[in-house]
Design a protein around this ligand. Structure first.
Ligand code: GDP
Ligand code: IMO
Ligand code: MG
Length: 428
């Protein structure tokens, strides 16, 4: 089973970091292929808790080669801060490889992210403010700065000059901010060049050769299907392809080399930032899920919006990503509920709709149609086999498996590395 993709099947924070960590010891390479430090993955190993943003979660496993692929946008200051924090905790980070083609988040991208959000007012997306959107916009506009540009001072100056020419007009005349000097940006970037140089590689070549040699490569998606720029709830999305296809474009490993796609799905739903969310709860149940599930952003600390499980969203994700296996996380959070509603379809303007509607307005108006399942009160955090789970929990899992378009191969019952019930080997 040489190439496996992990993706978020909802709106992010499903527990992708923990799933990657779980597979870590059987993996040779872990590749981040999209997004940047907008992601936030919390991984709990014994008494230690790690919060990762830019680095793939596989960096926590000894022996794994962590890779930042070409599809990622890199804030170099954040990269070194994260590496240093891990080194200070005794982790070996020396194997990290960074794609020469990955794009660089600069000072002006962060500034533009914040000012454009402010300018949007009520229509704002609620971005993480990390400069993600403006950096991808420059990439598509062909005025981006790539990691390899840091090794050619001349080219770097020309590119930064060119990019700022236009942006300073925007910053000064439209947003009423001070102009940003090309010198300060170039000097800042150059100050990292020599430290970065040993990590920079032709990562597509390295990964394809690793697969040729029979090595196992895990692609770890940031964000999630419903935040994907093509398949998510546009414009309330991030600016990259966080679905499984992004693993190919964001790494240079072809689709026909990918053997398995693992969708991570929470036993309920959360979302950070603005945009449609049919099963959102604005009542005490929503508050209950937030506090019991500790639903506060790893990156921005914002309270996450919460709601019941949405099976049309899971089916949509199964379809768009080609999910072969789901990992259902945070089942333990539902312990103590008498009855658990699950959205099975929507009602849009009086009509039953079984799948996620293609029209954005319809999705905004979609009202969930719920089916209720009996809850359980037993502590499930020590369950390690499916049979260890109380009957009602087993039935909840089987019911949502039936509704979600792919088998549920593992079930998370707590934040710790070992708090998992495995039904089918994820790599077998
Ligand atoms: P990611 O962005 O998809 O990696 O997810 P986050 O790390 O942002 O959010 C998931 C949170 O849930 C983290 O704090 C994890 O430690 C925690 N978590 C993961 N799986 C489980 C689980 O099965 N049960 C519980 N209670 N917490 C979990
Ligand atoms: P992980 O990998 C949840 C959301 C932001 C905002 C939108 C656009 O931890 O699941 P951006 O800064 O990317 O331009 O913001 O996307 N968002 C996430 N929500 N989890 C994430 O990552 C997210 N990364 C971005 O809240 O609504
Ligand atoms: Mg997260």
């Amino acid at each position: 089973m040489p190439a496996i993709v992990i993706i978020g099947a909802q709106w992010g924070d499903e527990g992708k970091g923990k799933a990657t960590d779980l597979l870590g010891s059987r993996i040779d390479y872990v590749v981040k292929f999209n997004g940047g430090n907008n992601a936030g993955h919390t991984v709990v190993i014994g008494d230690e808790k790690y919060a990762l943003h830019l680095l793939p979660s596989g960096i926590l496993t000894e022996g794994v080669v962590p890779v930042i692929g070409n599809g990622v946008v890199i804030d170099i200051e954040v990269l070194f801060a994260e590496l240093e924090a891990l080194q200070a905790r005794g982790l070996d980070t020396s194997k990290l490889l960074v794609s020469a083609n990955a794009h660089v988040i600069t000072h002006y991208h962060r500034t533009l992210d914040k000012v454009t959000e402010r300018f949007l007012g009520k229509r704002q997306i609620g971005t993480t403010g990390r400069g993600i959107g403006p950096t991808y916009a420059d990439k598509i506009n062909r005025v981006g700065i790539r990691i390899q540009d840091l090794f050619d001072e001349n080219i770097l100056r020309q590119k930064v000059d060119g990019a700022l020419d236009q942006k300073n007009h925007l910053l000064v005349k439209v947003y009423n901010r001070r102009a940003i000097g090309a010198e300060e940006v170039v000097d800042d970037l150059l100050s990292y060049a020599e430290r970065l140089r040993p990590m920079v590689a032709d990562t597509a070549l390295e990964l394809n050769r690793a697969l040729d040699d029979g090595k196992t490569v895990l692609f770890e998606g940031g964000q999630a299907t419903m935040l994907d720029v093509d398949h998510g709830t546009y414009p309330f999305v991030t600016s990259s392809n966080s679905t499984s296809g992004g693993a190919s474009t964001g790494s240079g490993v072809a689709p026909n080399r990918i053997d398995r796609v693992i969708g991570i799905v929470k036993a309920y739903t959360t979302r950070v930032g603005a945009g449609p969310f049919p099963t959102e709860l604005h009542d005490a149940s929503g508050e209950w899920l937030r506090s019991k599930g500790f639903e506060f952003g790893t990156t921005t600390g914002r309270p996450r919006r919460t709601g019941w499980y949405d099976s049309p969203v899971a089916r949509y994700s199964a379809r768009i990503n080609g999910v072969t296996d789901f990992v259902l996380t945070k089942l333990d959070v539902l312990t103590g509920l008498e009855r658990i509603p699950v959205c099975v379809a929507y009602e849009v303007d009086g009509v039953r709709v079984d799948e996620v509607p293609v029209s954005q307005s319809d999705f905004h108006h979609a009202k969930p149609i719920y089916e209720e399942f009996p809850g359980w009160s037993e502590d499930i955090s020590k369950a390690r086999t499916f049979e260890d789970l109380p009957r009602a929990a087993q039935e909840y899992v089987l019911a949502i498996e039936e509704l979600s378009g792919a088998r549920i191969s593992a079930i998370g019952v707590g934040p710790e590395r070992e708090a998992i019930v495995v039904r089918h080997d994820l790599l077998g």
